[in-house]
Design a protein around this ligand. Sequence first.
Ligand code: AMP
Ligand code: GLY
Length: 423
Amino acid sequence: MTILILGSGGREHTFAWKIAQSPLCKSLYVAPGNSGTAEIAQNVNIGVTDFSAIKTLVLDKQIDMVVVGPEDPLVQGVHDFFLNDQALKHISVIGPQQAAAELEGSKEFAKEFMMRHNIPTAAYQSFNASNVEDGYAFLETLNPPYVLKADGLAAGKGVLILNDLNEAKAELKNMLVDAKFGNASSKVVIEEFLDGIELSCFVLTDGKNYKILPTAKDYKRIGEGDTGLNTGGMGAVSPVPFATPEFLNKIEERIVKPTVAGLQKDNLPYKGFIFIGLIKVGDDPKVIEYNVRMGDPETEVVLPRLKNDLVEIFQAISNETLHTIDIEIDERAATTVMLVSGGYPESYEKGKEITGIEAITDSIPFHAGAIVKDEKVVTSGGRVMAITSYGNTYQEAIKKSYQNIEKLHFDKMYYRKDIGFDL
Ligand code: AMP
Ligand code: GLY
């Protein structure tokens, strides 16, 4: 098969690494890709939401399957674009259709879905500019901290957690009336604060059947001890040690089953990954969000533990025969540490040469914001590279990642030295 991956991060390099190992994959393209994907696939400089350029590429290269990495093209309907085009409709697309991608595209839609299907989540109400006063009144009924979520996609920045009631009211006004997150905050979900430890669960579905992939825990804050600004993720660990079989069973029965059944009941066509963000409150899992794609850097620890041929799984998703696949998971733990540009998640410089990659042994360097320029690998983004390792325990794995990071260098390189600290 000829396969195209859309995206350019560590997640997409990991997809490319895994797909390239499949005997079913004859030819692999990544759009736009990065310096890591360039080594194992052919990069094509096309944006992930440029549907007409994607169509031209797909027809030109006779692509059989498109694997969508990030959420934007899904929320903008890339799967529907293929289905509605006579020349493209036979091509497999891994990722939900637009109606189902609203689970990530709209927080209110996701909350209504969970309420309808009795899926445990925080209590909430949603507001818009016309009833901002009701929003203030609702905030007064809650105990701090206050959780405010922009309804639409806001590049991971749309959730505010505030301790002070007046500040929460001011931010609610900023979001609804002053368009703090543009159109994404024309609606705001205010929800009950859930106190507990976070983890994520990854599910594959063909719309009818599902398979559960290993859990992972991401470290979102920039600073050690989970302090400072939120980022896309500074490192990850899989499996999550506190996710016991009993707890995983609760996740499957109370969350995964009703989610997949709910998609079917509501006619939300879904062939792809469901990434369920959870908080363990006491001994019970509650959903904080759905994402309609894999996580980054969670992919960098989940896919390396998957022993199956990923292309075979994708074919089964496409043919709605996922029930025939037995998922096999590597018993070892996997960890990853994200190297970022100094200044990230705020402003940072690009174009810094990355050295030492060839000296890495026993870890896998998944490239993210890195490209090849004048035959050198240079930084091109805030999140630069994720260093993944295996170990019999997560402690052993993380040690390997840190030992290998010592060999890497770029100007103003930063990473967290405490991934896994709270486990
Ligand atoms: P989200 O974009 O929905 O994943 O939210 C970003 C982060 O905000 C999450 O990773 C959680 O750490 C936190 N968060 C979201 N919702 C809640 C909640 N109801 N209670 C506590 N923390 C939350
Ligand atoms: N690491 C969080 C995300 O991919 O959304």
